[in-house]
Design a protein around this ligand. Structure first.
Ligand code: ZN
Ligand code: ZN
Length: 161
Protein backbone atom coordinates (compact mmCIF):
# COMPACT_ATOMS: atom_id res chain seq x y z
CA UNK A 1 0.00 0.00 0.00
CA UNK A 2 1.17 3.49 -0.83
CA UNK A 3 0.09 6.75 0.75
CA UNK A 4 0.90 9.91 -1.17
CA UNK A 5 0.98 13.13 0.82
CA UNK A 6 0.09 16.19 -1.24
CA UNK A 7 1.07 19.37 0.63
CA UNK A 8 -1.50 22.05 -0.17
CA UNK A 9 -0.44 25.28 1.53
CA UNK A 10 0.90 23.55 4.61
CA UNK A 11 4.23 23.51 6.43
CA UNK A 12 7.15 21.09 6.31
CA UNK A 13 6.74 20.19 9.97
CA UNK A 14 3.23 18.80 9.49
CA UNK A 15 4.35 16.81 6.43
CA UNK A 16 7.28 15.45 8.45
CA UNK A 17 4.95 14.23 11.22
CA UNK A 18 2.83 12.29 8.71
CA UNK A 19 5.85 10.88 6.92
CA UNK A 20 7.18 9.57 10.20
CA UNK A 21 3.97 8.36 11.85
CA UNK A 22 1.71 6.99 9.10
CA UNK A 23 3.97 3.98 8.35
CA UNK A 24 3.54 3.05 12.03
CA UNK A 25 -0.25 3.04 11.64
CA UNK A 26 -0.64 1.48 8.19
CA UNK A 27 1.69 -0.97 6.55
CA UNK A 28 2.36 1.59 3.90
CA UNK A 29 5.05 3.40 2.05
CA UNK A 30 4.54 7.12 2.50
CA UNK A 31 5.63 9.34 -0.38
CA UNK A 32 5.48 13.12 -0.52
CA UNK A 33 4.32 14.72 -3.77
CA UNK A 34 5.30 18.20 -4.93
CA UNK A 35 3.53 20.95 -2.99
CA UNK A 36 0.55 22.73 -4.50
CA UNK A 37 -0.77 26.19 -3.68
CA UNK A 38 -4.40 26.16 -2.58
CA UNK A 39 -5.19 29.12 -4.90
CA UNK A 40 -8.60 30.75 -4.87
CA UNK A 41 -10.69 28.24 -6.86
CA UNK A 42 -12.07 26.56 -3.73
CA UNK A 43 -12.21 29.72 -1.62
CA UNK A 44 -15.52 31.06 -0.37
CA UNK A 45 -14.97 34.77 0.43
CA UNK A 46 -18.25 35.02 2.34
CA UNK A 47 -17.10 32.32 4.77
CA UNK A 48 -13.36 32.94 4.64
CA UNK A 49 -12.97 29.17 4.20
CA UNK A 50 -12.14 26.67 1.49
CA UNK A 51 -14.56 24.02 0.22
CA UNK A 52 -13.23 20.57 1.05
CA UNK A 53 -15.00 18.73 -1.79
CA UNK A 54 -13.59 21.21 -4.31
CA UNK A 55 -10.13 20.70 -2.87
CA UNK A 56 -10.32 16.89 -3.03
CA UNK A 57 -11.21 17.10 -6.73
CA UNK A 58 -8.04 19.08 -7.39
CA UNK A 59 -5.81 16.35 -5.92
CA UNK A 60 -4.10 13.82 -8.18
CA UNK A 61 -6.14 10.65 -8.67
CA UNK A 62 -3.62 8.31 -7.05
CA UNK A 63 -4.71 5.73 -4.50
CA UNK A 64 -4.19 6.75 -1.68
CA UNK A 65 -3.63 10.50 -1.79
CA UNK A 66 -3.96 12.64 1.32
CA UNK A 67 -4.02 16.38 0.67
CA UNK A 68 -2.84 18.29 3.73
CA UNK A 69 -3.61 21.96 4.22
CA UNK A 70 -3.22 24.55 6.92
CA UNK A 71 -6.32 26.36 5.63
CA UNK A 72 -9.78 26.18 7.21
CA UNK A 73 -12.16 23.86 5.32
CA UNK A 74 -15.94 23.60 5.19
CA UNK A 75 -18.38 21.26 3.53
CA UNK A 76 -22.00 21.87 2.59
CA UNK A 77 -24.12 21.91 5.76
CA UNK A 78 -21.11 22.04 8.08
CA UNK A 79 -19.51 25.04 9.81
CA UNK A 80 -16.13 23.44 9.32
CA UNK A 81 -14.55 20.04 8.72
CA UNK A 82 -11.27 18.53 9.88
CA UNK A 83 -11.19 16.66 6.60
CA UNK A 84 -13.13 14.85 3.94
CA UNK A 85 -12.56 11.63 2.04
CA UNK A 86 -13.82 9.70 -0.96
CA UNK A 87 -15.33 6.67 0.80
CA UNK A 88 -13.67 3.60 -0.66
CA UNK A 89 -12.11 5.85 -3.29
CA UNK A 90 -8.64 7.30 -3.74
CA UNK A 91 -8.37 10.71 -2.17
CA UNK A 92 -8.84 12.56 1.10
CA UNK A 93 -8.04 15.95 2.51
CA UNK A 94 -7.00 17.00 6.01
CA UNK A 95 -7.04 20.49 7.48
CA UNK A 96 -4.75 21.23 10.41
CA UNK A 97 -6.27 24.70 10.92
CA UNK A 98 -8.33 23.73 13.99
CA UNK A 99 -5.80 21.22 15.34
CA UNK A 100 -3.15 23.86 16.13
CA UNK A 101 -1.90 24.01 19.72
CA UNK A 102 1.40 25.15 21.23
CA UNK A 103 1.76 21.64 22.69
CA UNK A 104 3.75 19.93 19.92
CA UNK A 105 3.12 16.42 21.24
CA UNK A 106 -0.63 17.05 21.26
CA UNK A 107 -0.48 18.62 17.79
CA UNK A 108 1.30 15.54 16.41
CA UNK A 109 -1.28 13.25 18.00
CA UNK A 110 -4.18 15.25 16.53
CA UNK A 111 -2.66 15.34 13.06
CA UNK A 112 -2.00 11.59 13.06
CA UNK A 113 -5.51 10.83 14.37
CA UNK A 114 -7.30 12.88 11.76
CA UNK A 115 -5.03 11.66 8.94
CA UNK A 116 -5.67 8.06 10.04
CA UNK A 117 -9.41 8.76 10.18
CA UNK A 118 -9.52 10.15 6.63
CA UNK A 119 -7.35 7.35 5.23
CA UNK A 120 -9.69 4.90 7.01
CA UNK A 121 -12.57 6.36 4.97
CA UNK A 122 -10.56 5.92 1.75
CA UNK A 123 -10.09 2.30 2.77
CA UNK A 124 -13.88 1.99 2.97
CA UNK A 125 -14.52 2.49 6.68
CA UNK A 126 -17.54 4.49 7.79
CA UNK A 127 -17.95 6.29 11.10
CA UNK A 128 -17.78 4.00 14.10
CA UNK A 129 -19.44 4.26 17.51
CA UNK A 130 -16.77 2.21 19.30
CA UNK A 131 -13.75 3.62 21.09
CA UNK A 132 -12.08 4.07 17.73
CA UNK A 133 -10.22 6.56 15.54
CA UNK A 134 -13.15 6.26 13.08
CA UNK A 135 -15.48 7.96 15.58
CA UNK A 136 -16.87 11.19 14.11
CA UNK A 137 -15.39 14.31 15.72
CA UNK A 138 -17.35 17.51 15.78
CA UNK A 139 -14.82 19.41 17.91
CA UNK A 140 -11.17 19.31 18.82
CA UNK A 141 -12.23 18.05 22.26
CA UNK A 142 -13.77 14.99 20.60
CA UNK A 143 -10.58 14.52 18.59
CA UNK A 144 -8.60 14.50 21.83
CA UNK A 145 -10.99 12.04 23.47
CA UNK A 146 -10.82 9.34 20.81
CA UNK A 147 -7.90 6.92 20.48
CA UNK A 148 -5.28 7.02 17.72
CA UNK A 149 -6.03 3.45 16.71
CA UNK A 150 -8.81 1.46 15.02
CA UNK A 151 -11.15 -0.70 17.10
CA UNK A 152 -10.92 -4.44 16.35
CA UNK A 153 -14.04 -4.29 14.10
CA UNK A 154 -12.54 -1.59 11.88
CA UNK A 155 -9.06 -3.14 11.94
CA UNK A 156 -10.44 -6.46 10.70
CA UNK A 157 -12.39 -4.75 7.90
CA UNK A 158 -9.22 -3.12 6.62
CA UNK A 159 -7.34 -6.41 6.70
CA UNK A 160 -10.07 -8.15 4.68
CA UNK A 161 -9.61 -5.80 1.75
ZN1 ZN B 1 -15.09 10.95 9.11
ZN1 ZN C 1 -14.11 1.27 14.74
Amino acid sequence: MKIYIKPVSTNRYTVMILQKKLPEVFEAEVLVLSPMDIGLKCYNPLRGQYNSTCLIRRLPLLKITLGVTGKDLYATGMNFVFGEAELGGARAVLSTFRLITPDTELYEERVVKEATHEIGHVLGLRHCENDCVMKFSNSVKEVDEKPVSFCSDCASKIKLR
